[in-house]
Design a binder for this molecule. Structure first.
Ligand code: TYD
Ligand code: MG
Length: 452
């Protein structure tokens, strides 16, 4: 009788494994993500680790913080909390076509320009294609080497020869490890290749970048499968038809998380945006009802944003509540509070909200701006364009204090704002002596009075 090949089912979204197939992943709840994969061959032992390493007294271990390597791009160094840490492995995840290869080729070149050997390994593009891109971007450091390869043992051999300070693998989904029986892009392959890279980087102190595509179809395992293995996870966000891109750190063993860097995609690659508030407010309409400026703090940085609301009569059964950029559940909650506490008749109205420029934030401090935009849209009364609004709204319609109020006020002052509606709880304690006139409110009912 032929020997049965052992298989298992892995979720391409979260990486959980199951003995049986089912339509929905029992772990993360995603549908149609379980893919059959071949199990590791019988008798396969754990990776051979070479001679056992001896423990070192902690006091004698060298400090790594002085060895941080700059990416050569300030926005990215800030996102990483200073720069790259030797031996660290970073995952850059994002949708296909968003600009991952472009950004990392630029980073690779900048680091190489600083005199460090860098190896860029692509399994997606041929060498002439990489060359084309590099020429378009105006890159060409002598220390930057490229390799078009997908097979891990060949990659490892080249890496050992070049001994780079930084290596980039573009992408993890195209890399293949012969020790693992399933094809490239499966959960097992992705983990096997990533582990091989992590082992190499930890031993050689090289910095590894992994590019991972986020896919919705589920046939290719996504970067989530790797999040717990790598040191740093960066997400590349943005709309393909818009020029700007956001890099967000969602995990960082060596620095703060949730830091954001803003870039603009141009003819000559990605350019840092050092004044994101200016960018997000650049197309703000003057005196338009339903538009108000709020302020979100992501990581340590304030971003002034235009929150828009469109309030129209609902023509079908239940009214629509659609949110782009702001958290959908917070939107529904804010609408319910506006109805109950302020008596706003939104029951027969569709409400659409949007953060201009494709920025996403779930910060509760945006609640008040969302409410102000809805009130303004509903009453068709514009909010003065020199006013910005910040505060968290509680279920009883009370306005709650928000963190970093001084940071937000200073950013608004820099952008030329004259008035701010802020929580009363903040006004009592804050240390702000700038030029912005602050109007403190304690309840949502007061908001209607101050903005109408
Ligand atoms: P790319 O880095 O290939 O995306 P990813 O690696 O995430 O799949 O970027 C692809 C898009 O970026 C493509 O639509 C073209 C655009 N682009 C520019 O606008 N300017 C440039 O200088 C480059 C290199 C790409
Ligand atoms: Mg690419």
């Amino acid at each position: 009788m032929a020997k049965k090949i052992k298989t298992f089912f892995a979720c391409s979204s979260c990486g959980s494994t199951f003995a049986k197939w089912s339509g929905q992943c029992g772990q993360c709840g995603e549908w149609n993500t379980l893919i059959e994969e071949r199990a590791a061959p019988a008798g396969r032992t754990k990776r051979q680790g070479g001679p056992a390493a001896l423990p070192t007294p902690l006091a004698e271990v060298a400090n790594s913080t002085d060895m941080t390597v700059s990416c050569g791009i300030g926005e990215l160094d800030d996102v990483l909390g200073g720069g790259l840490v030797p031996g660290g492995v970073l995952l850059l995840a994002g949708e296909p076509g968003i600009g991952k290869s472009t950004l990392l080729l630029q980073v690779a070149d900048r680091i190489a320009m600083a005199g460090r050997p860098v190896l860029y390994i692509s399994g997606e593009e041929s060498l002439p294609q990489i060359k084309n891109r590099a020429e378009r971007l105006g890159l060409g450091s002598a220390n930057l080497a490229v390799l078009a390869e997908t097979d891990w043992p060949s990659i490892e051999q080249s890496v050992r020869e070049v001994n780079p300070v930084v290596l980039v693998i573009d992408s993890i989904q195209t890399t293949h490890h012969p020790d693992w029986p399933s094809p490239p892009g499966t959960v097992g392959q992705i983990r096997e290749c990533a582990q091989a890279l992590i082992d190499y980087c930890k031993k050689s102190n090289a910095i590894g970048f992994l590019i991972g595509h986020v896919t919705k179809e589920g046939a290719i395992a996504g970067p989530k499968v790797l999040e717990h293995m790598v040191d740093t996870v960066l997400y590349f966000e943005g709309e393909r038809h818009q020029a700007h891109r956001i890099v967000r750190s969602v995990k960082n063993r060596f620095g703060p998380t949730n830091e954001i860097g803003v870039f603009r995609m141009t003819e000559r690659g990605l350019i840092e945006v050092t004044d994101p508030s200016g960018l997000f407010l650049s197309e703000r309409p003057e005196d338009a009802p339903g538009s108000v400026v709020g302020c979100a703090v992501e990581g340590r940085r304030p971003f002034l944003l235009e929150v828009q609301a469109l309030v129209t009569p609902a023509h079908y059964g239940s009214p629509q509540r659609v949110s782009t950029g702001v958290d959908q559940r917070r939107l529904i909650l804010n609408i319910a509070i506006l109805e109950k506490i302020c008596g706003l008749a939104l029951g027969a109205r569709d409400v659409f909200t949007n953060i201009a420029g494709g920025f996403k934030s779930a910060e509760p401090a945006l609640d008040l701006a969302v409410c102000a935009a809805i009130i303004s849209g509903f009453q068709e009364i514009p909010i003065p364009s020199d006013t910005f609004v910040v505060g968290e709204v509680g279920l009883a319609g009370e306005i709650r204090a928000v963190p970093h109020i001084e940071t937000r006020l200073k950013e608004a002052e820099k952008m030329g704002f004259k008035r701010a509606v802020i929580p009363a709880g903040n006004k009592k304690k804050m240390e702000y002596s700038g030029d912005i006139q602050t109007i403190a409110i304690a309840s949502l009912t007061n908001l209607i009075k101050v903005i109408s």
